[in-house]
Write a protein that binds this ligand. Sequence first.
Ligand SMILES: C[S@@+](CC[C@H](N)C(=O)[O-])C[C@H]1O[C@@H](n2cnc3c(N)ncnc32)[C@H](O)[C@@H]1O
Length: 413
Amino acid sequence: MPETPAYPVGLRLAGRRVVLVGGGTVAQRRLPALLAAGADVTLVSPGATPSVEAMATAGEITWERRRYAEGDLADAWYALAATDDAEVNAAVVAEAESRRVWCVRSDDADAGTAWTPATGRSGGVTVAVLTSGAPDTGRDPRRSAAVRDAVVAGLGDGSLVPPQHRPRTGGVALVGGGPGDPDLITVRGRRLLAGADVVVADRLGPRDLLDELPPHVEVIDAAKIPYGRAMAQEHINAALIEHAKAGRFVVRLKGGDPFVFGRGMEEAEQLAAEGVEVTVVPGISSAISVPGAVGVPVTHRGVAHEFTVVSGHVAPDDPRSLVDWPALARLRGTLVLLMAVENLGAIADALMAHGRSEETPVAVVQEGTMATERRVDATLGTVRARAAAEGVRPPAVVVIGDVVGVGTGGTRG
Ligand SMILES: C[S@@+](CC[C@H](N)C(=O)[O-])C[C@H]1O[C@@H](n2cnc3c(N)ncnc32)[C@H](O)[C@@H]1O
């Protein structure tokens, strides 16, 4: 006999009493979604995990620090029996049944009157998956989770619902694409990219993602726009404004984070001044992720309590420089230099001249997180010669400080 299928429904729990019996890891997993739905949650449990306890301390839930007792489900709209004691869970379900309160039972799902689906969200769509009713598979939470993951991923990258069938957000999205590995863009960034009519892309960032765009998407290579830097920026702004005003949804895809040496705010201000709606999607900056990718943490307990990210695009003695190199030389923590390959020798000299030891470890990471990634190790005293001998080219992140010697140097997935 095939199992009777469950009836899917969305519960509107805002302001409604929900009783959760048991404060362990099941509670920890279920509470965020219950709270996001606005439920008025009472937890009944003698103990709780530290995270659950923190929710009680913060006043997000009411915690009755005792064992379950008959009558606890009075006035509840929904209940969860999630203790590690089968007898207690059975008693909770029995009380729920007598009061006609829907009740999930964590240790024996079939003994409850409701099931928690595997849920996920993507761009305003909630996906809830239950696998039930199939005689060969039965209820299978792992399968539910796998289906949920596939649907959420498909919505995120546009492969499930083609972008032209999505609601238009309009305007321009300034999307931080991360350091280069296409897996290191945010889910939101990827979703917006999937819905773009026009993509204006930098030289840095996840260039591989451009290959996945459907043929109708116009890709403008910002790196190929001629003229000097300032003129190029004006042309980029003009292109963004022109396409957005023509009703197209434009993604301005940037390397790392749009607001870390990325001119993101200049573009956002220009667009806003033209009345174009702007969305900013943060990205994983190369300043942290590129060192991390080669096993260098920018902070480490007992080694560095600070890190400072500095642009090295002008030399320390250049009158345009806004950087206080003598002050940086006095810091004990980590220095992370971006755009510093050309001036690396002069920067190392300035740091040593103002007191930083010539033995200070340095790692130069070129094309971090990409297939061509490489790391060159040196000290402040040797980095000029080492970088030249190794032919280090931009883009590279330079990390200076004792954190360079920490860790195994293994790659992170
Ligand atoms: C104009 S800045 C943009 C930084 C970017 N907004 C970010 O948050 O990563 C460009 C510099 O970032 C660094 N950079 C960006 N991606 C990199 C990567 N994959 N590997 C090494 N350096 C990178 C280099 O120092 C490069 O010269």
